[in-house]
Write a protein of this length. Structure first.
Length: 306
């Protein structure tokens, strides 16, 4: 009896230790984003608190000439980089969204199960390709093609960056949209067919509305990846510090500016602080995207519950 009690006691201690370890790991990993956010807040707000610049100046001014000294006195208007990021992300979304939704519809509603088993891994393979490969292919293949197709002086352009980003976010949006459509109950489709609806009417009026929560989640995740991409965009956008006034001209984004200049900026200087503020803006935008995802999922759950 004592041996049994000792074995039970050891099992309970082992279970308690495992539970404690898992709890510490879970809480620790959950705290990591908040610690990163706190670090970025401390470093990124030096532009405003230490060097005396305003939030409006940083977000809406196009005058970018920070001083690489601890005294400051330069100009930190990052609007041109913020505009470049938003324009390239929006362009990528415009390009890839019709292709992604069409591919998802084909996989879930038209293709046979065997065809889907062949196509879906091929689409998911895109996510495993390193960014530098996308950028290199864009630089050696896409840019010469665009230069021969359009009257572009350089080839490096917002259009090239948008196309590369569109290819990169295509598998994310397609996969999540396909999963959302596949989760729509078959009984809903059968009920639609029973009422005399065609396949396309069923897709448009039953499947897509029911799957819109998952589709929007995929779109937001794709936008988050496009917003944070640096290497591939830097290789094809031209990195010219100007406002994106044309799709056929070079520009720059928040990520390309940070990756290009952070290594040469003096630590503790105004230039470094401005770059850290850009990183803080990117973090806040990503946090906003995640918040939107949770709100969409909560809204979908409430609607489904009703």
């Amino acid at each position: 009896m004592n041996a049994i009690e000792a074995a039970v006691s050891r099992a309970h201690r082992s279970e308690k230790a495992a539970r404690t370890f898992i709890t510490i790991c879970g809480i620790g990993m959950a705290l990591v984003p908040f610690l990163i956010g706190a670090f970025l807040f401390i470093k990124g707000t030096d532009t405003f608190f230490l060097f005396g610049h305003g939030v409006g100046e940083f977000l809406f001014s196009g005058e970018w000439n920070p001083s690489d000294t601890a005294e400051g006195g330069g100009q930190v208007g990052a609007a041109k980089f913020l505009a470049g990021s938003l324009v390239t992300c929006l362009l990528a979304l415009i390009i890839t969204l019709p292709l992604s939704i069409s591919s998802a519809i084909f996989m879930t509603e038209i293709a046979s199960p065997r065809t889907r088993r062949l196509i879906q891994p091929a689409i998911e393979l895109f996510t495993g390709i390193p960014s530098v490969v996308y950028g290199f292919v864009g630089m050696t293949v896409l840019i010469p093609f665009l230069r021969s197709l359009f009257p572009m002086p350089f080839g490096f352009s917002v259009l090239a960056a948008g196309i590369v980003l569109a290819i990169m976010i295509f598998p994310t949006i397609t996969t999540m949209a396909a999963d959302a459509m596949a989760a729509v109950p078959k009984a809903w489709r059968e009920a639609s067919y029973g009422l005399g609806a065609t396949r396309w009417e069923t897709i448009a009026h039953v499947v897509l509305p029911a799957a819109k929560g998952g589709i929007f989640t995929g779109i937001i995740l794709g936008l988050a990846r496009a917003l944070g991409e640096a290497l591939a965009v830097a290789m094809v956008i031209g990195q010219m510090k100007v406002f994106p006034t044309s799709l056929f001209l070079p520009a720059s984004t928040l990520t390309t500016a940070i990756s290009a200049d952070m290594g040469g900026a003096m630590e503790g200087g105004e230039y470094s602080a401005a770059l850290w503020t850009m990183a803080l803006i990117l973090f806040l935008l990503s946090f906003l995207f995640i918040f939107l995802i949770h709100q969409l999922n909560a809204a979908s759950s409430l609607k489904g519950g009703k």
